[in-house]
Design a protein around this ligand. Structure first.
Ligand code: NAD
Length: 253
């Protein structure tokens, strides 16, 4: 078997749609045996709630029982809770968003690591967001949950390094998926699709495959010296204060 993930067994959560779906397909195309999990049912999807300890244990156990072990866990499932204000969110809203977005990756680390140790190492990747870096990319609970993910991968990477298990995060910018579909639909209906990327240096939103490619790199041995890192994949959105250089004729081309 050939491919950048040849011989590896990978779990991908949130795999029925968007970034997870593109990543599961890419991992498989690169030679991995993929366990694709989601709460939504779809072809080839195993039903599992990424924020349930019992379900995460079940996925790792499935990898061990059916495929002999686990090398990669992409903890990608997430929910947004919408662009709510602080006054529109209840403690229950926060609990559910933190359960899926932050406790989910914690459970992935907790239960993937012992299985990976048996294989001599592994790679755990969690989907954070540019919303976890600064304000302006999501609601309060969502943003806090993603900031938590960025910190979780640093702590986990430190604790698991002696077992040769690397833990990294990806911080996507605006990507067209099920989560952001309503924003794209609204912009298209108003004839303002180009506005979605107008503050982005690359002048566009991203595609799921552009995040999947980053996940592939972090999953593969090519990233063997990348650990505890939050990789931003956002077209440059988060590198600058909001300022449109083009408006002032200050771009190079
Ligand atoms: P999406 O809605 O297309 O896909 C998310 C998938 O996760 C869905 O299939 C959903 O059913 C699944 N899911 C939700 N809760 C789950 C749970 N408890 N257990 C298992 N699966 C569950 O959205 P997406 O954009 O592909 O989201 C993937 C990840 O990317 C999320 O963590 C999201 O926060 C993050 N992200 C997305 C963007 C973006 O612009 N789309 C930007 C930054 C970060």
């Amino acid at each position: 078997m050939s491919g950048r993930l040849a011989g590896k067994v990978a779990i991908v959560t949130g795999a029925a749609s968007g970034i997870g779906k593109a990543s599961a397909a890419l991992f498989a195309a690169e030679g991995a045996t993929v366990i694709a999990a989601d709460v939504e049912s779809a072809d080839g999807i195993i039903g599992a709630d990424a924020g349930s300890e019992e379900d995460v244990i079940g996925l790792v156990e499935l990898a061990r029982r059916e495929h002999g072990g686990l090398d990669v866990f992409f903890a990608n499932a997430g929910i947004s809770g919408g662009l709510a204000s602080i006054f529109e969110q209840s403690p229950e809203d926060w609990q559910e968003i933190l359960r899926v977005n932050l406790i989910g990756p914690f459970l992935a680390v907790k239960h993937a690591a012992p299985a990976m140790k048996k294989r001599g190492g592994g790679s755990i990747i969690a989907t954070a967001s540019v919303a976890g870096i600064r304000a302006g990319a999501g609601g309060p609970a969502y943003s806090a949950s993603k900031a938590g993910v960025i910190n979780l991968v640093k702590v986990a990477a430190t604790q698991l390094a002696t077992a040769n298990i690397r833990v990294n995060a990806i911080c996507p910018g605006l990507i067209e998926t099920g989560m952001t579909g309503p924003i794209y639909d609204m912009a298209r209906a108003a004839g303002k699709e180009e506005r979605l990327g107008h503050l982005n240096p690359l002048k566009r939103g991203g595609e799921p495959i552009e995040i999947a490619n980053a996940a592939l790199f972090l999953a593969s041995d090519e990233s063997s010296y990348v650990n505890g890192h939050a990789m931003v994949v956002d077209g440059g959105l988060s590198i600058s204060h909001p300022f449109n250089y083009q408006d002032y004729g200050k771009t190079a081309f």
